[in-house]
Design a protein around this ligand. Sequence first.
Ligand SMILES: [Zn+2]
Length: 349
Amino acid sequence: MKATLLTLFSFVLFLYSCGQNSSHSSTSEKTFNTAEPSLQLSPAEWKSRLTPTQYFVLREKGTEKPFSGEFVFTKEKGTYKCGACGEPLFTHEMKFESHCGWPSFDKEIAGRKIIQTEDNSNGMKRVEITCAKCGGHLGHIFDDGPTETGKRYCVNSASLSFEPLEKSKDKVSSQTITLAGGCFWCIEAIFEELKGVEKVVSGYSGGATLNPTYAEVCSGNTGHAESVQITYNPKILSLEQLLEVFFSLHDPTSLNRQGADVGTQYRSAIFYQNEEQKKTAEKVIAILNANKAFERPIVTEVTAYSHFYSAENYHQEYYALNKEQPYCKVVIKPKMDKLHKLFAEKLKK
Ligand SMILES: [Zn+2]
């Protein structure tokens, strides 16, 4: 009986594994990539963002039942994005009807957004495809596509989200970057006032401790820096302009220290979320150093973003709500005055 069950189970797995056998596995031009995803969250964080089906498929490499997903037959014009991180992966022009039961595409959006990995699970030789940004499981790729590319990206609907063309035409997608430059009360207050900034959250980033408290971060033992996560519209405020303000309003040459605030939790850091942000940050720093904008070299750390933990509620909009507090008067107010003087044309009011 056990053997029968096992056989049945293997058969079901076979059926639910994009319905392909080894004779159709992808064998040519594999571009295997071992780079780590830039967006890494804990299982608990993914669970809080994804539905149980999405979590099963994207994070546990599950496969949805054939013909069960919402995008199997869709023909609407638009962009198919990673269901976990929102990275654009395919467009409607790349989609074709494969009759296999899963959404199928004959190519991917350029830019190495998809990683291919050998997958010998369930007794099959296949090539798994995952999202390069978050590592989310998408499905498999096969060499039996009917179009000129010869490829068939067999993708779970649960791994995708869809943005219709009409909406994507008007919408400028916001970007997020995480910066550290000393006490987050200061940095948050500064960026809240800039045109093009949609949201600023104070928190902790760059360390190893899960869900750190303010007291733990202040101890200097968590590895986290007091940080702000900034959501901005790059059509209104470019990252270069945003970093110009950042470098003008803290001391990026002072290692693990801003004024009287001393410790790695007060270090200067840019936690980038994609290669473009990394290149921009490095370029801005190189230009400032080359122009000797500061007396000493910039020590700002440029590191891949991993986690951001929002700080306790009372730290949010701290300056706006506590202007009479001595630290705000002595430390933050002069910085705000400098902001108003140097960047008047970039401010919301
Ligand atoms: Zn992703």
